[in-house]
Structures are given as C-alpha cells and as structure tokens.
Design a protein around this ligand. Structure first.
Ligand code: FAD
Length: 465
C-alpha cells in the first residue's frame, strides 16, 4: 500500500482484460486504486475478439442480406444481390479493432498500467509477467483473476484447427464452407449455423440432448427449430457424435444412432472451460471446484482474502455481462472494502438468432420439473401493429409468475427479444407483479407492447388476445 499526501493508495493487479477484467480494472481505478492490468493477447478478451461482438457483426451482415432478400415484401425491388464474404470478415475486424482502441483509450484515461504478457501467480502478492522484453514482477496488495475460458474439444474430435475447428477459427475463414457439421446446438452452434446457412453453406447441427438451446423453454426451442428447418438447416437432436474421421475431402461424423454425416468442415461448439492453465493460482493457495473453476462467494472473493476471481473462471453463467458485473463488484469490495454481493436472481441470457431468443429467471419447463406452481401469460408478436409494420411477426413473449402473480421468469422469441428482455429482467430482479408491469404505460406502436400484453394475460386481461 503506497501513500499519497498521507492517503493510502491500494495497488491492485488484474489478470486478463476481457469484459470482466477490463471493467474491474477501470472500476478499481475510479475508486482510487493504482491498477496494473495484465493481458497476454488483446484487450477485450473473448467477448470482443472472438465472441460476442464478432458473431454479432456477422449476424448484422446476414440480417442485411435477409432484409434485401425480403425487400419485395415492402414494395422495393433489389437486383443482383451478391455476398462478398471477405468484406464481411473485414467489417467484423474493423468493428473489433475500433472497440479495442476504445478500451485502450479508457484504460489510459483512467491511468491504468497495461502490461502485455502472460501472468504467473507466484504468491498472493506477487505476479510475474512474461513479456516480450523478459519477465516483469508486479507486486500488489490485492489481485483480481479474470482469465476467462477456452473451447472444450475432447480428443475424439481430432481438432486440427483447419478441418475440425472451434469458434476461435471460424471467425476468420475467408469464405463460407460449402458444407459444415456443427456439433452442439447451443447458443454458439445456432448463431453460427444460421449465419453460415444464410451465406450459402449446407449446415447440419448435431445436438446430443433432446432439443436445440437445451437451457431454453421447450416452446421457444421448437419455434427456433422450425425456422432453422425453413432455412434448410438439418438439425439432428438426441444423438451424440461417436467418432470423427478427417479425410482428404473433409470430415465424417459417425453418430450414436448409427447414421453418419459428412461435410467440408466441422465446428465443435459443445461448451467452454475455465482457462487457468499454468497460471499458478495453487501457489497462492487459491482453491478450485471439481470442474476446475475457482471457488468464490457472492462478493467474488476466493478462499484467499486478498484474491478475487470473476467471469468465465467461476461457476456462474458464462456471459459477458455477468463477467462485467462480477468485475465491478470485485473492485468495489477489494478497493473500497464494500460488502457488495452479485445477485444472480435475474441473469438475462440472449441468443442472437433470427428470430432472437432471450430469457431470464426460471423457464416454464424448469419450474414444472422442480414442482414449482406457476401461472403464465403469453402474447404473440403477430398481434402487434409495430411487428406487422416491420414485417417481423414471428414469435412470442411468455411471462411466468408465481401463484401471487409475482414475475419469476420470462422467455421471449421474436424481433429484438434481447432488447425487450431488459424490462423483464428488471421485473424479475425487483419482484414486480404482472399487474405492476402491465399497469405501466408502454409506448405505441412498439414491440414492448407484447411484454405489456403478456403481463395482462397472466390474469386474463390482455386486450388484444
Ligand atoms: P475472457 O473474455 O475470456 O477474457 C479473458 C482474458 O484473459 C483473455 O483476453 C486472455 O487472453 C487473458 N488471459 C488468460 N490467461 C492469462 C494470463 N495468464 N496472463 C494474461 N492474460 C491472460 N456472451 C454474452 O454475454 N453475449 C454473447 O452474445 C456472447 N457471444 C459469444 C460468442 C462466442 C463465439 C463466444 C466464444 C462467447 C460468447 N459469449 C457471449 C461469452 C463471452 O464472450 C464470455 O462470457 C466473456 O468473454 C467472459 O469474459 P471474461 O472476462 O471472464 O473472460
């Protein structure tokens, strides 16, 4: 701890500059700490460089293509439509580079020392960073570990980075594959599968569980499945890949149901694991769980009092906004000695397919399986003037309440579902009732009217249903 005109200044080291780490670093600096942020790759982490933003840039391109292809529904004719795939990748890189620059500017503005290199924890107070210029020792009072996650690729998939790839490699292909097998029908598999299908790839999604988006509402999953099938995506559920053969022409996947699928490329998107490889957290006495994730409490502190851990390395949802919330909370507790706890009551989860899927709180089937008594209210987007005007009528808002009408969950599939979810997240977090949400005047014409109508529907008062 240094002093400045008699005032103590805390030193803090943050390892990893993803959405968890860089936000923790900025919050810590704003609270007056002297912050060193260590990053071995590029600031922004998975989210900005290989995750949320690149995939959404791709989906921006497929949305644009979709709009052009459906322009005639709006009385507009467009001819000679073509896709320039390298230009889509270049646009994605430009967006990413601009945002990386923006984060570097913020770090600079907040007086954060960014050290480029790989961090090794030597003790609770000492980190050695392997930089291009050699090792650098960073001593600090407190530490926040935010080293993120990497794709899980079991050996049987014969990952080679060229024919059998992960989401890390798929983002920089210079052309859409003619055909692709996507193993895993979760968020990444569905988003990338739909994008590539719109770019002309023949896509087969293989999902071991009984539905795509296994964590989501069964009705929502079915609606999305129907859309993927309309787009000629082949979806095989309830069977796993049992063997992978890499051939001169591509990849063959044998399935547990005795069938097989062949394609030019295979994307393995079956999950991500905490990345703590060679970090040396054990040297500081930090403990992990049986899945190799760092144990923390709701204040984000580990079993070592001056070490905090946040984001994809802890056992909470692997989402950028969760990592950021945990990062800021860790900074508040570490620097200011606050006792802030992260509330996981209302964690929004979004899938940026077309239509989008978004959910918060309990899903209807999860509640049923757990024997929790619920009521539901639904409203279909086709009943809204705004959705009709936009030509985006597919989808539903479903609100789940307890028997007293307190909103405990919501699942949305439809246009701008991720934006509509913010209001529902607030309702779940604050424990609003369906009446309270429905009584709020919602703008007309807007998609948010579907949320209001679904809230009214919980007690049979939807006007337009
Ligand atoms: P990361 O973002 O993984 O950052 C960790 C950083 O630590 C990395 O930059 C890494 O280089 C660095 N690091 C690791 N070890 C060391 C070391 N020893 N020394 C120095 N630096 C180190 N989430 C959403 O909320 N919305 C989405 O739409 C979404 N889309 C996604 C799409 C894809 C294809 C993928 C792969 C993920 C997506 N995610 C999405 C998940 C999201 O990217 C992660 O949850 C988020 O990035 C986790 O943040 P983090 O700060 O914990 O870790």
């Amino acid at each position: 701890m240094r002093t400045f005109f008699g005032e103590k200044i805390m030193n803090i080291t943050v390892i990893g500059a993803g959405p968890g780490g860089y936000e923790a670093a900025i919050a810590a600096a704003k609270y007056g700490a002297d912050v060193t942020l260590v990053e071995k790759d590029e600031v922004g982490g998975t989210c900005l460089n290989r995750g949320c933003i690149p995939t959404k840039a791709f989906l921006g391109a497929s949305d644009a293509l979709d709009a052009v292809e459906h322009a005639k529904d709006f009385g507009i004719s467009v001819e000679n439509v073509s896709v320039d795939y390298p230009a889509i990748v270049a646009r994605k890189n430009k967006i990413k580079d601009g945002l990386v620059k923006g984060i570097k500017f913020l770090l600079d503005q907040n007086g954060i020392r960014l050290v480029k290199g790989t961090a090794f924890i030597e003790s609770p107070q000492l980190v050695t960073v392997q930089t291009e210029e050699g090792p650098v020792n960073v001593e600090s009072d407190k530490m926040i570990i935010a080293t993120g996650s990497v794709p899980v690729v079991p050996k049987m998939f014969k990952y080679d980075g060229t024919k059998v790839i992960t989401s890390d490699e798929i983002l920089d292909l210079q052309e859409a594959p003619k055909s692709i097998i996507i193993v895993g029908g979760g968020v990444i598999g569905c988003e990338i599968g739909q994008f590539l299908a719109k770019m002309g790839s023949k896509v087969t999604i293989v999902e071991a569980l009984k539905q795509i988006l296994p964590n989501e509402d069964a009705d929502v999953s079915k609606q999305l499945l129907r859309q993927l099938k309309r787009e000629k995506i082949k979806v095989i559920t309830g069977t796993a890949v049992s063997e992978v053969t890499v051939t001169d022409d591509g990849v063959k996947a044998d399935l547990a149901n005795g069938k097989s699928v062949e394609a030019d490329l295979m994307l393995v998107s079956i999950g991500r694991r905490a990345y703590l490889d060679r970090l040396g957290y054990e040297k500081a006495g930090v403990e992990t769980d049986d899945k190799g994730r760092i144990n923390v409490d709701e204040t984000m502190v580990t079993n070592v009092p001056n070490i905090y851990a946040i984001g994809d390395i802890v056992a909470t949802p692997q989402l950028a906004h969760v990592a950021s919330k945990e990062g800021v909370t860790a900074a508040q507790n570490a620097v200011k000695g606050m006792d802030k706890k992260v509330s996981y009551k209302a964690v929004p989860a979004c899938v940026f397919t077309d239509p989008e899927v978004a959910a918060v709180g309990i899903r209807e089937d999860q509640a049923a399986a757990a024997g929790i008594e619920t009521k539901t209210g639904t409203f279909e987007f086709r009943g809204l003037g705004k959705a009709q005007a936009m030509g985006k009528i597919q989808g539903t808002v479903k609100i789940i309440t307890d028997p007293d009408n307190v909103i405990i969950g919501a699942s949305v599939i439809g246009p701008h579902a991720s934006d509509l979810l913010a209001e529902l997240t607030m309702a779940v977090e604050l424990g609003l009732t369906a009446e309270q949400l429905g009584d709020v005047i919602h703008p007309h014409p807007s998609l948010s009217e579907a949320v209001m109508e679904a809230a009214h529907d919980v007690h049979g008062m939807s006007i337009h249903k």
